[in-house]
Design a protein around this ligand. Structure first.
Ligand code: SF4
Length: 565
């Protein structure tokens, strides 16, 4: 193997005893394999005697202009930490390899062992954490410009360069590339330009596809990035700063800083991280709200569904029912009114809508249910007609009921409440009768839970916000006695008012008189607008997954603890 001529460049703008000691350590370790130089940043200062004694190679901010490379800023940091190397190279161009070691890199072991382990590796560029743009899109320094050429983002690489080795051909090539106008942070410019031009790049350790064979996780392991693209874990990282090192044998550490600066530095890091996380959280919330707003406030191209309310009361009476059926007095919608409404909706929708839910209250309590089902099919021949029921009366239905369901293609949707009811027998009966049947939301085992959708008795909510965050809005309208409502809550709140003496009033604009409507778009436009009544819905405090219970007819089932009564 021919003798390799290596230069070891230790870069520092500081002159503490610890740093000098580390340089001397490197110089001693490399005296048989190359020449070590202390590259001292003398920008605006007098070089201290203790540095002068090391015969330093001096550089300053001047190199930003003297090299005639385009720059991305006014200072060496950030982005131009490679300029001193290039200045050095132009002065001393006879080395085969140039190692660059920043002042805050430490090796917990013999530096000689570290450097020598790469003597047989002829890569042009050896550095840390080499990644592509798709690996780390949030890293903020991906810009790489040239007046006439372009490298697509997906072809760009980044490396982490507190310590690296670069070959003479690589540095000569880059010198020409920078002079020709390539401009970018050195951590993207060096690996990207070298790789693109056929020079070999490898990673010192870690476990990427660039890692030198046999060096996997040897001198450091991978470092995860935080949401801002900052390498923030492992021993070779950008932040947080180490003030002690050496837990791992033969491991590289970065950044190791003097104790007095660690606290301040890490405080800046963690507060930036916190701000970033908070910013991410807020933007995520904003994005979710924007998506919800788009969904709620955009008229549907075609009405997909409406619920047909045929009666108010119920024989099960669930706690917190959002139809208020638990506290509703007995009342049926007349068959005549139902017919008129279905005829009108059919006229508006040209007899076409994907799905209608026939419900109450408990729908099986309606004495003219069979006629309602026949009528619904008459006006909506191709629609999925769902008959929603709690199932309590299903096994008591006569043959005629089943025949009509079969002939009219009615889909029975039974909610599996945790009550003493033989759900299997119900399902078997429906199957035997050849009637379409399913359990509501396919709950499988009996898992029906309840939700609480509290009201704000004072009407202090922002109606638009409530509407945008409401699961009813724009998708679950309810038709009752000639009027279409945006949800089940507004039309049925009267039961709540009557029971508890409250005054949650509806306005004319909260419903749409379907007998005055000519076009389907009038309905979809109406449904996509927040309603005045939404001010009574405390959507923010809705909660789900409560154990199902029967109602105790208490106001607390429909208001939060915070509500003033
Ligand atoms: S009134 Fe508005 S917020 Fe309340 S349930 Fe109806 S659509 Fe939703």
């Amino acid at each position: 193997m021919k003798d390799i001529k290596q230069a070891f460049l230790f870069l520092s703008h500081l002159s503490s005893e610890t740093i000098i000691k580390e340089f001397k350590n490197i110089r001693r370790s490399t005296e048989n394999t190359g020449d070590a130089f202390f590259l001292y940043d003398a920008t605006g200062k007098i070089v201290p005697d203790k540095i002068n004694k090391l015969s330093p190679y001096l550089y300053s901010k001047e190199c930003l202009s003297s090299l005639y490379y385009p720059t991305i800023g006014q200072n060496i940091i950030p982005g131009h930490a490679h300029f001193p190397l290039f200045q050095f190279f132009l002065d001393k161009p006879d080395y085969d390899y140039y190692w660059v070691i920043e002042y805050d890199v430490r090796f917990c072991g013999e530096w000689q062992l570290f450097f020598d382990s790469f003597l047989k590796t002829n890569a042009d560029f050896l550095s840390c954490h080499i990644r592509s743009n798709s690996d780390e899109p949030s890293w903020p320094w991906w810009k790489l410009n040239h007046p006439r050429e372009y490298i697509p983002l997906h072809e760009r690489l980044r490396s982490f360069n507190p310590i690296y080795r670069i070959s003479n051909p690589a540095i000569s090539f880059l010198h020409r590339a920078f002079r020709s106008g390539w401009c970018g942070h050195h951590e993207v410019a060096i690996p990207t330009l070298l790789q693109r031009n056929g020079l070999t790049i490898r990673e010192i350790s870690g476990s990427s596809k660039y890692t030198v064979l046999g060096m996997e996780n040897k001198y450091y392991s991978g470092s995860g990035s935080n949401s801002g693209g900052v390498l923030s874990s492992g021993t070779m990282r950008y932040r947080p700063v180490f003030w002690r090192y050496g837990y791992g044998n033969n491991k590289l550490y970065h950044p190791v800083k003097p104790l007095k600066t660690v606290f301040y530095d890490n405080m800046l890091y963690y507060s930036a991280l916190w701000k970033q996380s908070l910013g991410d959280f807020i933007s995520r919330r904003k994005l979710i709200f924007k998506k919800k707003a788009k969904k709620s406030l955009t008229p549907q191209p075609q009405l997909q569904y409406f619920a047909l309310n045929i009666l108010d009361h119920c024989n099960l009476r669930c706690k917190g029912c959002d139809h208020f059926a638990a506290i509703a007095e007995k009342r049926f919608v007349s068959l005549d009114n139902i017919k008129k409404d279905l005829a009108q909706m059919s006229k508006i929708l040209n007899g076409e809508i994907p799905r209608i839910g026939i419900m109450g209250g408990e729908s099986l309590l309606h004495p003219q249910l069979k006629e309602i089902l026949i009528c619904a099919r008459l006006f909506f021949p191709g629609t999925v007609l769902q008959l929603l029921t709690n199932g309590l009366l299903l096994l008591k239905q006569d043959e005629d009921f089943w025949r009509i369901c079969r002939e009219q293609n009615i889909l029975i949707v039974n909610t599996k409440y945790p009550i003493n009811l033989d759900h299997d027998a119900i399902e078997k009966t429906a199957t035997a009768q050849n009637v379409m049947f399913e359990h509501y939301q396919n709950t499988g085992e009996i898992t029906k839970t309840s939700y609480k959708i509290p009201l704000d008795l004072e009407g202090r909510q922002d109606p638009r916000k409530s509407f945008i965050n409401c699961f009813h809005a724009n998708v679950l309208p309810l038709l009752m006695e000639g009027k279409l409502y945006p949800c089940t809550v507004a039309p049925n709140v009267r039961h709540f008012n009557k029971r508890f003496g409250t005054h949650l009033e509806l306005e004319d604009s909260d419903s749409l008189d379907i007998h005055r409507v000519n076009k389907a778009s009038e309905i979809t436009n109406f449904l996509s607008c927040p309603k005045a009544f939404c001010r009574y819905c405390d959507v923010h405090n809705r909660s789900y997954g409560h154990k199902w219970e029967r109602s105790k007819f208490e106001i607390s089932e429909w208001v939060t603890d915070k509500t003033v009564i």
